[in-house]
Design a binder for this molecule. Structure first.
Ligand code: HEM
Length: 509
């Protein structure tokens, strides 16, 4: 009898322990945000969240208001949906809210990279601003010219053939390859015996890399969530190894014009004694961070301009003005136009068009791990207790970028939304009569805010400048509807369309 009782008690203890781990005993304590554990033990709401993050969070906001805690795959996430209160999370000390802890797991899962070293972040990121940015922007220009204009002047001026492509594929391809070459370096003429040959090797090699990257890109959301079926998991492993090899430190070291951003990060790791194979993995991580978002953003920017003739005219006028000011003219046999960092500072209309594009199509989830019990003070004065071990998150796309009070008619592309009446940058946006600081957050915010944002903006602007100056281009179907956003990718940055849009283009010179 005693033995039976012991077994029963053990069984009961393990059932209760199991239920505890599944989150069945978590209740909302006084002072905590409303808790919504979801329909499935432990998994919580994760299926609905993954199916369409924006829709799910809209539903939760309608149900619970501006702050709520939901269970997602064993973790409790507190989402804060009031943009006036974002500062409490963005500015909170790292002793309470930490990004690294959360990011490390993802980076290991997706890129195979892990390291015990803590590297000084500033040394790498300073190169994405100031003088480093000037040099990188110049390198981007030269690589865009190589990819987009290498056949200029080779045909009969009047009969340049039209080419057809998907606009998404074309924009992503060009911006990815030029960005990759600008950061990871070019083939040396020494190894190929001529400059022309070296430039051709750059074109071929970057194309191979792009094709493989797109395969990985498509597996990425499921890989990040750890739900790839076995065959796709094997394919992701194959691709990972291929990138570690294609981007290996030994290979990159044979290149010339490697950006200081990539070179410094590699040297830092070498000096800290990191093994070569782990440095190779880090190179892949840098490729992903730098090239995964800008190409898709270039697509949306060009597409919105093509769908809005008033926006296209305004940008075209600005482009012509900037070129005229610097005395540059595009001629059949003349030199390529050059767009420097200085010139790219003089384009408030294009800046606004870029910002509007990102408002509509960049949708990161910003997550922090809660390192100690703490309280969150909202702009309305209410205070909420948050537990150690949980996570807090922002999804600015739903919380602010699509808020009709902050951005009237939020689904419509308005190229001048971020322009003042005087033609400068508009930063005054309001909610509930209060001026709001975080009115558009495509780059994230705070300590983890995208350090590549200045370079990315330059890349987008250079791409548009060259398209408008050197090419005729048009949609195959002028009545083409704006494609839907692929909801599988919410949370990772630039969104992709659910389908490509056919267009045709030809060189004018
Ligand atoms: C349109 C293009 C881009 C978009 C929309 C974008 C967006 C983002 C976002 C949302 C984050 C995470 C921010 C957070 O969690 O708070 C991020 C991080 C990062 N981005 Fe970008 N990015 C773009 C282009 C670039 C480029 C061109 C580079 C490099 C040259 C770059 C380098 C990085 C790096 C290194 C991080 C990690 C920062 C850290 O954890 O310290 N990004 N980006």
């Amino acid at each position: 009898m005693g033995f039976l009782l012991t077994i029963l008690l053990a069984l009961l203890a393990s059932v209760l322990g199991g239920l505890y781990l599944l989150g069945a005993f978590r209740w909302c304590r006084p002072g905590e945000p409303p808790l919504d554990r979801g329909p499935i033990p432990w998994l919580g709401h994760v299926l609905e969240f993954r199916r369409d993050t924006a829709k799910f969070l809209e539903r939760m906001k309608r149900k619970h208001g501006d702050i709520f805690t939901v269970q997602l795959g064993g973790f409790y996430f507190t989402f804060l949906m009031d943009p006036l209160s974002f500062g409490t999370i963005v500015k909170e000390a790292r002793t309470k809210l930490d990004f690294r802890k959360f990011a490390q797991n993802l980076v290991q899962k997706v890129f195979g990279y892990h390291s015990d070293h803590r590297f000084p972040q500033m040394s790498s990121n300073k190169h994405l601003m100031g003088d480093g940015l000037v040099v990188m922007t110049q390198a981007m220009m030269s690589n865009l010219q190589n990819l987009m204009l290498h056949s200029v002047g080779t045909g009969d001026n009047n009969h340049m053939p039209w080419k057809e492509d998907g606009l998404f594929n074309y924009s992503y391809n060009i911006v990815f390859r030029a960005g990759y070459l600008a950061l990871f370096g070019n083939e040396t003429p020494k190894s190929t015996e001529s400059m022309e040959k070296a430039r051709e090797v750059d074109r071929v090699e970057s194309q191979e890399l792009f094709l493989e990257f797109r395969k990985y890109d498509q597996l990425f959301p499921n890989l990040a969530y750890g739900v790839l079926p076995p065959a796709e998991k094997r394919e992701a492993e194959r691709l990972k190894r291929l990138f570690w090899n294609m981007l290996s430190v030994q290979k990159v070291k044979t290149k010339e014009n490697i950006s200081v951003w990539v070179r410094d990060q590699q040297q830092e790791r070498e000096e800290h004694g990191m093994e070569d194979f782990m440095q190779d993995r880090y190179m892949f991580l840098l490729l992903w961070a730098s090239q995964g978002n800008t190409g898709p953003a270039a697509f949306w920017l060009l597409f919105y301009l093509m769908k809005h003739p008033d926006a296209m005219r305004a940008v075209q006028g600005e482009v012509e003005e900037v070129l005229k000011e610097t005395g540059q003219d595009v001629k059949h046999e003349g030199p390529f136009i050059n767009l420097t960092q200085d010139m790219l500072q003089k384009t408030p209309i294009l800046d606004s068009a870029v910002e509007e594009t990102l408002r509509l199509t960049s949708a990161p989830v910003l997550t922090r791990a809660v390192l100690q019990d703490m309280s969150l003070k909202m702009a309305d004065g209410n205070e909420y207790r948050i537990r150690e071990g949980d996570r807090v998150a922002l999804f600015p796309y739903t919380a602010v970028q699509m808020d009709p009070e902050v951005h009237p008619d939020p689904l419509t592309y308005k190229y001048d939304r971020f322009l003042t009446a005087e033609g400068g940058k508009k930063t005054d946006f309001y909610k509930g009569g209060k001026k709001i600081k975080y009115y558009n957050m495509p780059w994230g915010a705070g300590i983890t805010m995208c350090p590549g944002r200045f370079f990315a903006t330059n890349e987008l602007k250079q791409f548009v400048f060259l398209m408008l100056t050197y090419f005729d281009f048009e949609l195959k179907n002028p009545d083409e509807k704006i494609p839907d956003i692929d909801t599988k990718r919410w949370g990772f940055g630039s969104m992709h369309p659910t389908r490509d849009i056919q267009f045709r283009y030809r060189l004018r010179f």
